[in-house]
Write a protein that binds this ligand. Structure first.
Ligand code: PHE
Length: 458
């Protein structure tokens, strides 16, 4: 172990790293977004396109981020800075994204905690699920208190450090999440009428595939794999010099994709079996599913399992977001971990407050570029900054740090054969930057105009 790593902490094992990175990847994006996106965008056709995106973009960027982190043993800002002074700002984008996502992610984490509490004391009646949810998130203090509890949980894990905190927590929560998900998926696909949901999820409908579908798949791949914001750079910085990065960059996206597919089997068949319409985002998880549980025998029991599963998914993602910011402060200002984590968590708690209030009367009319504060944070991070971070990383690796340097890192100076090198080089230099640039143009609203010039309609 070199001097750098021993001061900053290190994963106790490679499997610990894999579970922590998979924990970062597997989150709300897998459970509330993927099943619906797939269903609404052509079912199996979308799934195939999504898989292609994971293979050509997800794998390459994940590998690139791991290599940058491991090579420098520094979190995102320090890592870019060490490799090239002028590029430190790319790392900084990651820190900003960490703040933005965690602020609203933690508010949602608080909602999940509240639902676990609700199910433990009896559950939610189907008829009232909609009113209950809108009333709860619009109230002023309750969601903030739960957001505080969620933030404290993250803080406690992260302040215990890499092996003793993040790795230990992920080693417990990830397998537990997987088991709970399998139980719920089996229950869901064995319900009468489950077939409708499976058809919605997987039946290929190529007539629904447009350029917009490809972009939705790419955007989802980015968010779901936690790419473009330094989380994987930061986690990679705690890796030992002898681990096989190429293998890790295959396993982690594979776990994330498996969980996304399983989530589709857990959620959609049950929704259809009881005659509900699926939707995306909060309403699917907090309104439709409680109605489904209410119609189901032993619904309270499945409700508890489901929300605990979601809590584990959200927590393991949230700690990686917090770690991006904490590691940046530790590396830059050399402040001790405990103190840093408490200070950053406190700041994040306060940034989360307007996110929470944006759902209620207090701040619902405060709009930034037409978005309330909650949606603005999510738009800024997911649609603008993450693809930008990924795009700049490709350019940085392809043209500044250089593919030879990175392949030495990936192969551990020849210890492993870097089998996918030719593929990696073509992707990182040419294909990935172009594709990401296109989604980015779309996100900032420019793409439709460009298409119009060429006479293409979306
Ligand atoms: N990947 C997480 C999800 O799917 C979100 C996330 C993004 C976590 C970026 C960390 C960093 O919910």
């Amino acid at each position: 172990m070199d001097k750098n790593t021993s001061n900053r902490g290190q994963w106790a094992s490679n499997i610990g790293f894999i579970l922590a990175a998979a924990g970062s990847a597997v989150g709300l994006g897998n459970i509330w977004k993927f099943p619906y996106l797939a269903g609404a965008n052509g079912g199996g056709a979308f799934v195939v396109i999504y898989l292609v995106m994971i293979v050509i973009i997800g794998f390459v960027i994940m590998l690139g981020e791991m290599a940058i982190g491991r090579n420098t043993h520094l979190s995102s800002v320090g890592a870019y800075k060490k490799l090239s002074e002028k590029w430190a700002f790319v790392g900084f984008i990651g820190v900003v994204v960490g703040f933005c996502i965690l602020a609203f992610y933690s508010v949602i984490g608080g909602w999940v905690l509240n639902y676990i509490g609700k199910y433990l004391i009896g559950g939610i009646s189907g008829a009232e699920a909609g009113n209950y949810f809108s009333g709860f998130i619009a109230s002023t203090t309750q969601p903030i208190v739960w957001h505080l509890v969620f933030m404290v949980l993250c803080c406690v894990i992260v302040l215990k450090g890499i092996a003793g905190g993040i790795e230990k927590a992920s080693k417990f929560m990830m397998p537990a999440l997987f088991i709970l998900l399998v139980i719920i998926a089996i229950r869901s696909v064995t319900l009468d009428g489950a077939m409708e949901g499976i058809k919605f999820f997987l039946k290929p409908d190529f007539s629904k595939v447009t350029i917009g579908t490809v972009m939705a798949a790419l955007g989802q791949a980015f968010f779901s794999l936690s790419l473009g914001m330094g989380a994987i750079i930061t986690y990679g910085s705690y890796l030992g010099k002898t681990e096989n990065l190429e293998k890790n960059a295959i396993i982690i996206p594979a776990i994330d994709t498996a969980v996304a597919l399983l989530a589709g089997f857990a959620v959609l068949p049950a929704v259809f079996a009881f005659g509900f319409e699926p939707g995306a985002g909060p309403s699917l998880m907090f309104i439709t599913l409680p109605s489904v549980f209410d119609s189901m025998p032993f619904g309270q029991f499945f409700g508890i399992l489901f929300f605990i599963l979601v809590l584990f998914a959200a927590l393991t993602s949230a700690i990686s977001l917090l770690e991006v910011v904490v590691a940046f402060v530790i590396d830059t200002f050399k402040i001790e971990r405990k103190k840093t984590t408490i200070i950053i968590s406190t700041i994040l708690f306060f940034i989360g407050i307007p996110c929470s209030l944006a759902n209620g009367p207090v701040m619902k009319d405060v709009l930034i570029f037409g978005y309330n504060f909650f949606d603005f944070m999510s738009f800024l991070a997911e649609n603008l900054l993450m693809p930008l971070g990924g795009l700049l990383m490709c350019i940085f690796i392809g043209y500044v740090w250089g593919v030879d340097n990175i392949s030495d890192e990936i192969s551990c100076n020849g210890k492993y054969r870097f089998r996918s090198k030719p593929f990696f080089v073509i992707m990182i230099k040419y294909i990935a930057p172009v594709l990401i640039f296109i989604i980015w143009l779309n996100a900032i609203g420019v793409l439709p105009y460009i298409f119009k010039i060429f006479g293409i309609t979306l």
